[in-house]
Design a protein around this ligand. Structure first.
Ligand SMILES: *Cc1c(COP(=O)(O)O)cnc(C)c1O
Length: 351
């Protein structure tokens, strides 16, 4: 059957009234890839799958929520959407707004947006506003604006975003024929962990699945308010997508963790970059640094007794590596340049 996006596929689980109002880029249906090399490296005996959300149309999971948020805005006759963003929300909002004819206004922290993401917002014709402040401040601004002006907030505080994002857990359960025992993912503003947990519970309650995974989230060590139990005023990490000091869905993330018997931990930038490189180098999967938090967490918790032996794990890789080429290049050895000469090429190529 032709794939026409998450709203068509999971229409009965989602809040859109009429199919004709759907604004879709055929998002979702992303690969669930067995991580054979990583499994071999582990001390624990685990079956590990990567949910590669970089394969969405704007190259991050944000498209799953944005199709619902923008379709709903169209259904209500709204004219403009606004968001604060560390990059991927703005890229997705800009694309879906372009497709629907709505205006998109995106407010971003100056100089802290990965290049690929900024280029997307600009290409799709969003009104891009950079502030001399961080994501948390940008979110406060757009909240205030959306309360007082006729623009719809499409950050994950908009419940339609969470509704759409829960479809990733439906897909995982449909592809595996069961829910996993553990689900690992990065935590930034904490909308996605909230959404996955909601989706897993809905499938369980409707009898589609027979178990619930332990929700296992990871923040960057320099931006780990949930782990520390207090806001971080100046969050810092190479993983710009999770550079957030005061997550909007903080309590919901704690609920997901506690109800599921899971955990939320943290990974240092070094651990994030290591996992990012292991994924690219040994699995052939290129994700952005923030996305690697799920696998950094897996490598960290391996052998500690947290995972039951023989368990099935799914790790969300939230966005595509090409979003942030600067980090890819900066963390790799520089290519050598030689003359137009067979011997010199052979030497460098080590043939
Ligand atoms: C948005 C985003 C996150 C964080 O998701 P939250 O829902 O804010 O926790 C992680 N990784 C990438 C690539 C993202 O775009």
């Amino acid at each position: 059957m032709e794939w026409k996006g998450v709203l068509h596929r999971y229409f009965d689980h989602l809040p859109i009234e009429k199919r004709k109002n759907i604004v879709s880029l055929n998002e979702g249906n992303t690969p669930l890839i067995r991580a054979n090399s990583i499994e071999e490296k582990l001390e624990d005996d685990l079956e590990v799958y990567l949910k590669y959300e970089g394969a969405n149309p704007t190259c991050s999971f944000k498209d799953r929520g944005m199709t619902v948020a923008v379709s709903k805005a169209v259904e209500r006759g709204e004219k403009a959407v606004i968001c604060a963003s560390t990059g991927n929300t703005s890229a997705s909002a800009a694309a879906f707004a372009a497709r629907s004819g709505l205006e998109a206004i995106v407010v971003i922290p100056e100089g802290k947006i990965a290049f690929g993401k900024l280029s997307q917002a600009m290409m799709h014709g969003a009104r891009v506003v950079q502030i001399r402040g961080n994501f948390d401040e940008a979110l406060e601004l757009v909240l205030e604006i959306s309360e007082n002006y006729p623009v719809t907030l499409v950050n994950s505080l908009n419940p339609n975003r969470i509704e759409g994002q829960k479809t990733a857990s439906f897909e995982i359960s449909d592809f595996l024929g069961r829910a996993p025992d553990y689900h690992l993912l990065p935590v930034g503003n904490a909308g996605n962990i909230t959404a996955y947990w909601k989706g897993y519970k809905e499938y369980y309650e409707s009898g589609e699945t027979e178990r619930l995974p332990r929700m296992t989230g990871f923040q960057a060590a320099g931006a780990s308010p949930i782990v520390n139990g207090e806001k971080v005023e100046n969050p810092e990490t190479v993983a710009t997508a999770i550079r957030i000091g005061n997550p909007a869905s903080w309590e919901k993330a704690e609920n997901a963790r506690d109800e599921s018997g899971g955990m939320i931990g943290k990974a240092t930038d070094e651990e994030l970059v290591d996992a990012y490189r292991v994924l690219a180098d040994t699995e052939g999967v290129f994700c952005e640094p923030a996305s690697a938090a799920s696998v950094a967490g897996l490598l960290k918790m391996d052998g500690t007794g947290y995972f039951d032996q023989g368990s099935v794990l799914t790790c969300t890789l939230t966005g595509h590596g090409l979003k942030d080429p600067d980090i890819a290049i900066d963390s790799s050895p520089e290519p050598k340049t030689v003359g137009v000469d067979v011997d010199e090429v052979l030497e460098v190529a080590d043939i």
